[in-house]
Write a protein of this length. Structure first.
Length: 243
C-alpha cells in the first residue's frame, strides 16, 4: 500500500467514525436547540485556545523532523508556522485574527480565556502524543491538518448561529482564507512531503498517531458540549452583560 492510499483511508475513517467533525452530528451542534447564546459563546472561547496552542505543537513536530533529517518535512512545517504567525497577514497571527474577530462579533473576551477542564485535558493529551517518536507525532500533526477544514466549517456554522449571519469582516476573511486556500495547501503540502519518508512498515505507527489525535479531539468536543450545558460553567460576566 502506498502512503496516499493510507491517508485516503484515514480521511475516510474521519468522515465515518468521528462525529466531532460532522456539521450535523457534532455534540455541540446537537445541543443548539437547548442552549443560550452565552453557552455557545463559551464553546467559542474554549475553541480559540486550540489554534493558539497549535503553533507550539507544530514546532515540536518540526524539531523531530529536523532531528531525523527529514528536511523537506521540517521546511513544510516551518512554512506553516511562519504563515500562522502572520507572514501573509501583515504580521498579525492567525490566532489574533480569530480572537479579535470573535471579540468584535460576540462582544465577549477571548484573548485571555483560561482552559476549562476539557480543554486542559486535550492539551495534556496532545503533549503526551507529541512526546512520542517521529512517525506517531507526524501522524498526529497530519490529523490536525486533515481535520482543519471540517472543523473550521463547523466553527463557521456555530458562529452563524450566534451572529445570525452577520459576521465581522476580519472573521469572514479568516475563514475564507483558511477554507479556500491555506488549509488545502497545508494538508496537500504535508502529505506530499511525508510520502517521501514514511515507509509501509511505519504506516501502523503513523496511523496510531493520527487516531490518537482525532480521539482526543472527539473527546474534547463531547466534553465541551457537556461543559456548555452543565450549570458549573461560570460564564464570563461580560457575556452575561452582553446578553
Amino acid at each position: 500500500m502506498e502512503f496516499n492510499h493510507l491517508t485516503k483511508q484515514l480521511n475516510q475513517l474521519l468522515a465515518q467514525d468521528y462525529v466531532a467533525f460532522s456539521i450535523t452530528e457534532n455534540p455541540v451542534v446537537k445541543i443548539l436547540s437547548q442552549v443560550s447564546f452565552a453557552q455557545i459563546a463559551y464553546v467559542m472561547q474554549q475553541y480559540s485556545i486550540f489554534p493558539k496552542e497549535l503553533v507550539g505543537f507544530t514546532e515540536l513536530a518540526r524539531q523531530k523532523a529536523l532531528a531525523a533529517g527529514w528536511n523537506s518535512v521540517a521546511q513544510e512545517l516551518k512554512e506553516n508556522i511562519v504563515e500562522e504567525m502572520g507572514s501573509t497577514t501583515g504580521g498579525i497571527s492567525h490566532y489574533t485574527l480569530l480572537a479579535e474577530g470573535l471579540e468584535e462579533g460576540l462582544g465577549v473576551p477571548v484573548k485571555n480565556t483560561m482552559p476549562s477542564i476539557a480543554t486542559f485535558k486535550l492539551l495534556r493529551t496532545m503533549q503526551s502524543v507529541f512526546d512520542k517518536q517521529i512517525y506517531y507525532v507526524l501522524g498526529a500533526i497530519y490529523a490536525i491538518e486533515a481535520t482543519s477544514i471540517p472543523e473550521l466549517t463547523l466553527i463557521v456554522q456555530l458562529l452563524d448561529w450566534l451572529l445570525e449571519g452577520a459576521m465581522p469582516k476580519d472573521l469572514e476573511y479568516f475563514f475564507s482564507k483558511h477554507l479556500n486556500e491555506w488549509e488545502i495547501e497545508h494538508e496537500a503540502g504535508l502529505r506530499t512531503c511525508l510520502a517521501a519518508y514514511i515507509q509501509p512498515e511505519e504506516f501502523g505507527e503513523f496511523a496510531a498517531g493520527f487516531r490518537a489525535m482525532i480521539d482526543a479531539m472527539q473527546t474534547w468536543w463531547q466534553e465541551l458540549a457537556q461543559e456548555a450545558i452543565s450549570s458549573e460553567v461560570v460564564l464570563s460576566t461580560a457575556i452575561a452583560q452582553h446578553h
